[in-house]
Design a protein around this ligand. Structure first.
Ligand SMILES: [Zn+2]
Length: 413
């Protein structure tokens, strides 16, 4: 299984200079790889392999390129060819695409070391910090916010300078599949160790056993973002003040992204620790959300990220994650299966056929649970939560705040 961990980095001034230098050398190498590719006849374009073989010659010819670490130089060649193949795929899909552009310093922000040329020292840092060494650069401090999982090995290490000037280090990790915990036997699943979740419209999730997890409160951040954006629109484009304000906007945007990611890490860790199986609506649910344009795209991206994390945690902790058909989970009565249409503002499910009454989202979450069981080829379990819930007033559904999840969620791997 492959995934990645990203850490904020704090290089000393001296090391930052060397990082900048490497960025620049690799950017020029990238442009050279491109130039070499462009200058070969159409019927004789060099492959990634061909160009890797040219690296020693180039290093001899231009001392600048000799200043790269070999596995990092190869990763830069690989980057060009990856971009090339992405471009080709776009073309096949009918997009009007041009050629790959030369990279200007502002475009080229990261260098990857493949397999070697880097070290992680997690003993040296104190209070949640660690040190990473890149060949040709030296050691830099990172905020070691999440330790690497025990059996993970680092495949690649990348350093990156964001537009705001902040540095980050990302490790691409691989977990040996034989070390992953086994998922519980499907036959052992029942309503006590499985959960269906209803993905609310970005502000909460509702579980089939009656928990509401409120979404992270980001009101302050969003307020600041719109204030900073307004201010940006009043600056003269390209001026020093414009640039300063643009950095402010970029920084608050990233703070929001980081908070959301952090929260989703905790939320997914909590879910996989709590349950043996988590059932969730497939992504089509996003298509049903009643919003459009930009807001919709953001929600889409947030849920995609949530589901990706959930699946990765499922593998890591040995929890079944099953996506189920989303259509009709709100309409269908979870007790008798009769469908009733309800407008979005009706928060109660009140079944005209069997009289079952429950919160709209709890009904949906239980339908998700039910669909998950049938997806796994299991019958509806003996003790259905429907019975338990039906006996309770819907008002008694407990709300779990985001901070509660964060406190009780075990540390992320
Ligand atoms: Zn009913």
């Amino acid at each position: 299984m492959e995934y990645s961990h990203r850490y904020r980095a704090y290089p000393s001034e001296e090391v930052a200079e060397r990082l900048e230098h490497q960025l620049d050398v690799h950017r020029q190498l990238y442009n050279h790889v491109r130039w070499d590719y462009e200058n070969n006849p159409e019927d004789n374009k060099p492959s990634e392999y061909d160009q890797n073989n040219k690296l020693p010659d180039w290093k001899q010819k231009w001392s600048l390129f000799a200043d790269t670490y070999s596995k990092a130089a190869q990763a830069t060649v690989a980057r060009f060819h990856r971009n090339l193949s992405n471009l080709r795929k776009k073309k096949e899909k009918g997009y009007a695409v041009g050629r790959l552009k030369r990279q200007a310093p502002s475009d080229y922000r990261s260098v990857t070391y493949n397999q070697s040329g880097f070290d992680l020292d997690d003993k040296r840092g104190q209070d949640g910090y660690a040190y990473v060494r890149f060949s040709k650069v030296g050691w830099l401090k990172i905020r070691y916010s999440r330790p690497l999982p025990e059996h993970a090995s680092i495949q690649e290490a990348t350093f990156k300078k964001e537009r705001t000037g902040e540095w980050f280090v990302t490790f691409s990790l691989k977990t040996d599949d034989e070390h992953l915990p086994e998922k519980p036997d499907v036959d052992s699943l029942d309503s006590s160790n499985s959960v269906g979740i209803d993905l609310g419209i970005l502000n909460y999730i509702h579980t089939s056993d009656g928990t509401i997890v409120n979404w992270l409160d980001l009101e302050d951040e969003y307020e600041r973002l719109s204030r900073d954006k307004r201010e940006l629109s009043r600056k003269d484009y390209g001026s020093h003040n414009y640039e300063k304000q643009r950095r402010k906007v970029a920084s608050i945007k990233r703070r929001i992204r980081r908070k959301v990611l952090d929260f989703q890490h905790k939320l997914t860790t909590w879910l996989v620790n709590e349950y043996d199986a988590v059932f969730v609506e497939d992504l089509d649910v996003v298509g049903m959300l009643q919003s459009d344009g930009n807001a919709r795209k953001k929600q889409d991206a947030a849920w995609r990220q949530f589901l990706t994390l959930l699946e990765y945690k499922g593998d890591l902790y040995g929890t079944h994650i099953v996506q189920v058909e989303a259509a009709g989970t709100t309409k269908e009565c979870t007790r008798c299966g009769v469908e009733t249409t309800k407008p979005i503002w009706v928060r109660e499910h009140s079944c005209p056929a069997c009289g079952f009454e429950i919160h709209r989202d709890a009904n949906a979450a239980m339908n998700v649970l039910q669909r998950g069981f049938s997806e796994l080829g299991l019958g509806w379990p003996e003790s259905t939560p429907v019975e338990t819930v039906a006996a309770t007033d819907t008002e008694e559904f407990s709300e779990v705040s985001a901070s509660h999840v964060i406190e009780t969620g075990t540390p992320c791997p």
